[in-house]
Design a protein around this ligand. Structure first.
Ligand SMILES: [Fe+2]
Length: 384
């Protein structure tokens, strides 16, 4: 008799045509005669056959390579019903055909209810019906395999697409960071070039940035906040660049008109930063670095509860540098005098917590020297 192969035209997941694969059938029956007979018939139809004498052996040898299981009901160790219950709990989705004695319709119904795909009556009298039932079970198995294969391909596809998307996102993020850094560098270069015209302003920006990082470390702010604080400090007086230099560099006291002009620099600075889009927090800090805790500062007269920690930090370190810097029209304070002044103004002009932390940090920084300085520099470089 001609050997029967799968009828569906398709390819399995290993690249072979399914019709070229020899179906593999497991027969479990305690009757040696039945096993031998069924095995010979199946082999005659061209199937590969494995036989066992009890249901308990099915679980031991079953794997995904089998296509159909023929299961006797009455077996001494583990009967057909127990065996199919055990098979239902494993991952192999292999159609089970029960072998029942003639007239055991109750058994057949019970088997179907337990998840059997079909049933065959023993002894086998009609080989055509027998083969049709086996072929149908094999086609069912092909369908299951194809569905599994399709699902797996789909999952692989989704995984690959997700990985591709993640890679693209990483690249975009890298480009975005590079663009941000390039913009900040460019602004910094422009600012430096313009600041060179005024020695005091140039030194002031650099020192305020270093003090801000020092106080940021002392107050244990996050790395993310440190980047924001550093940028805000770096550009806090950028608004002064568009104000007439003769006003900024004027030796002696400013007139009321000149003060009005100078006081515009926080707003001008924030407006310069605004179009960049990625420095919103820095923009806020720059606009409000001359506010006071009691609301008597400028430009908006905000009180302390409206000012965030980073702005409060910059308010302290900016003023400290102003107090300790030499100007040709007044004498500068030394560190101790400035720290006393900061503490005198804590709660009214400055945030108390920032003043306490900065007083300790700046004194330690000056007194303990190298050890602290090294740690400070490492952090500073990491953020540069
Ligand atoms: Fe300022």
């Amino acid at each position: 008799m001609e050997r029967w192969f799968f009828t569906l035209n398709s390819y399995d997941f290993k690249g072979k045509r399914l019709e070229d694969i020899q179906a593999k059938i497991l027969v479990a029956d305690d009757d040696n005669m039945v096993r031998t007979t069924i095995s010979k018939i199946l082999e005659m139809f061209g199937y590969e056959v494995t036989t066992v004498s009890d249901g308990k052996y099915v679980a031991d040898i079953i794997d995904d390579s089998f296509d159909v299981i023929l299961l006797d009901i009455d077996m001494p160790g583990m009967d057909g019903f127990e065996t199919i219950a055990a098979l239902n709990g494993c991952e192999h989705d292999i159609p089970v055909i029960f072998l029942t004695g003639a007239g055991s319709m109750d058994y057949a119904v019970k088997a179907i209810n337990l998840g059997a795909y079909d049933f065959l009556t023993k002894p086998i009298e009609d080989l055509d019906i027998f083969n049709v039932k086996i072929r149908r079970a094999i086609e069912k198995r092909i369908f299951i395999r194809r569905e599994y294969h399709y699902k797996r391909e789909l999952e692989d596809d989704v995984r690959a697409k997700a990985a591709e998307l993640e890679e693209t996102n990483k690249l975009l993020l890298t480009y975005s960071h590079s663009l941000e850094n390039a913009t900040v560098q460019l602004m910094s270069s422009l600012q430096n070039a313009m600041e060179e015209k005024d020695f005091y302003t140039a030194g002031h920006t650099m020192r305020v940035t270093e003090y801000a990082v020092l106080l940021g470390i002392a107050m244990n702010i996050s790395e993310q906040d440190m980047v924001i604080l550093r940028r805000a400090a770096q550009f806090h007086d950028i608004g002064k660049l568009v104000i007439d230099l003769s006003c900024i560099q004027k030796p002696g006291k400013l007139t009321d008109e000149e003060w009005v002009l100078i006081r515009k620099h926080p707003v001008i600075g924030a407006n310069i930063i605004k179009p960049l889009g990625f420095m919103e927090k820095e923009q806020f800090i720059i606009r409000h670095h001359h506010e006071r805790m009691d609301g008597k500062g400028y430009p908006d007269g905000l009180t302390g509860d409206k000012l965030d920690q980073l702005t409060r930090i910059l308010m302290v370190v900016d003023s400290y540098d102003a107090m300790t810097s030499k100007r040709n029209y007044r004498k500068n304070m030394n560190m101790n005098q400035a720290v006393i002044e900061l503490n005198n103004c804590a709660g009214t002009q400055f945030d108390k917590e920032c003043v306490v932390a900065f007083s300790e940090a700046i004194v330690d920084f000056t007194a303990t020297g190298d050890a602290f300085f090294r740690e400070y520099l490492d952090n500073y470089k990491k953020l540069s």
